[in-house]
Design a protein around this ligand. Structure first.
Ligand SMILES: Nc1ncnc2c1ncn2[C@@H]1O[C@H](COP(=O)(O)OP(=O)(O)OP(=O)(O)O)[C@@H](O)[C@H]1O
Length: 302
């Protein structure tokens, strides 16, 4: 079964029907394809967390429908029988390390599978398999999660979500509060889960650099609506639009366009990563030099 997630005209109102009702989502349409790496971006209050809770039916749309694999969720869908969805779509909420509670790391990781009927031995096997996926080894099994650094605790919590063997992994600002090295390591870890395990990733983030480096699909929200959806390379082309929405432009993109502006370098498709930028820059400088042109002068001047 294909595990795409589709939103069709989804609206959501908190505390609907009460005097405190507040509308969070309007008419949302989008598609998250199996095997994609989607970034969900928008300013605070734009509706990212509300959408995220629809991705595994923790919230049901008050209007429209959410299709998760072969299941359709509408406002009246019964809460029973949603367990299968929760298993297939794993959500790592913000600061997931706060949810650790068992006395050993192995027990914490095996908690979910045991709830779903795994035996003690199966739980141990699962924990052993999950640790390397999050960059830890077997020596952690019997240790207390509370003796670890914040970043390591977060890895254990993520291993607990992975232990359910989700097909889709939803990450709500997973690098918040980590130092720069920890952030990069964690982002690389998710990227290898996507590349090597084939897990679909949905990343909620404020970091455009992470979108440029890792995502291949992007959804931008504003005041509860989708204002743009598509490939990051296409969306980042329009710097003026991003600036008008007070969204950051990734450093590689703005550096490439400054080079084009100042010395007329033609870098073609916008570069998303520093490697891509370096490759394009070297190729263009070589081209101009080989043609006997001054690489530091505008256009194709000699
Ligand atoms: N439990 C709630 N009850 C009522 N309104 C809520 C509730 N949770 C969120 N909202 C409202 O819904 C809208 C969307 O909030 P949401 O948390 O989805 O935004 P967000 O993009 O995730 O923001 P952030 O980046 O700050 O996490 C906001 O106007 C918010 O005030």
């Amino acid at each position: 079964m294909v595990m795409d997630i589709t939103f069709e005209k989804v609206g959501y109102t908190y505390q609907k029907g009460s005097p405190f009702e507040s509308r969070a989502l309007y008419d949302i349409d989008f598609d998250i394809k199996q095997g994609s790496y989607t970034a969900l971006v928008g300013h605070t209050g734009s509706g990212k967390s509300t959408i995220l809770r629809h991705l595994n039916a923790l919230n049901k749309p008050t209007e429209g429908k959410v299709i998760i694999g072969d299941r359709e969720i509408i406002s009246t869908t019964n809460n029973k029988n949603l367990k299968g969805i929760r298993k297939k779509v794993g959500i790592v909420f913000q600061f997931p390390e706060a949810q650790l509670f068992e006395e050993t790391i192995a027990k914490d990781i095996a908690f979910g599978p045991k709830n779903f009927g795994a035996t003690e031995e199966e739980g141990i096997e699962i924990a052993k398999r999950m640790l390397p996926l999050v960059g830890l080894d077997e020596t952690y099994m019997e240790r207390s999660p509370f003796d670890l650094s914040g970043g390591q605790m977060r890895r254990v919590a993520i291993a607990g979500v992975l232990a359910m063997e989700p097909e889709v992994l939803v990450l709500d600002e997973p690098t918040a509060g980590l130092d720069p090295k920890g952030r990069t390591e964690m982002m690389e870890m998710f990227y290898s889960l996507y590349k090597e395990q084939g897990i679909t990733i949905v990343l909620v983030t404020h970091q455009m650099e992470d979108v440029a480096n890792y995502a291949n699909h992007m959804i931008i929200l504003e005041n509860g609506t989708v204002v743009k959806e598509g490939a990051p390379r296409e969306i980042f082309k329009d710097e003026a639009w991003l600036e008008s929405k007070q969204l950051d432009v990734p450093a590689t993109v703005s550096f490439a366009s400054r080079l084009e502006e100042r010395i007329g370098l033609q870098l073609g498709e916008i570069p998303l990563t520093t490697e891509e930028l370096a490759d394009k820059l070297v190729a263009e400088l070589n081209r101009k030099t080989a043609a006997g042109l001054n690489p530091f002068e505008g256009g194709d001047a000699k």
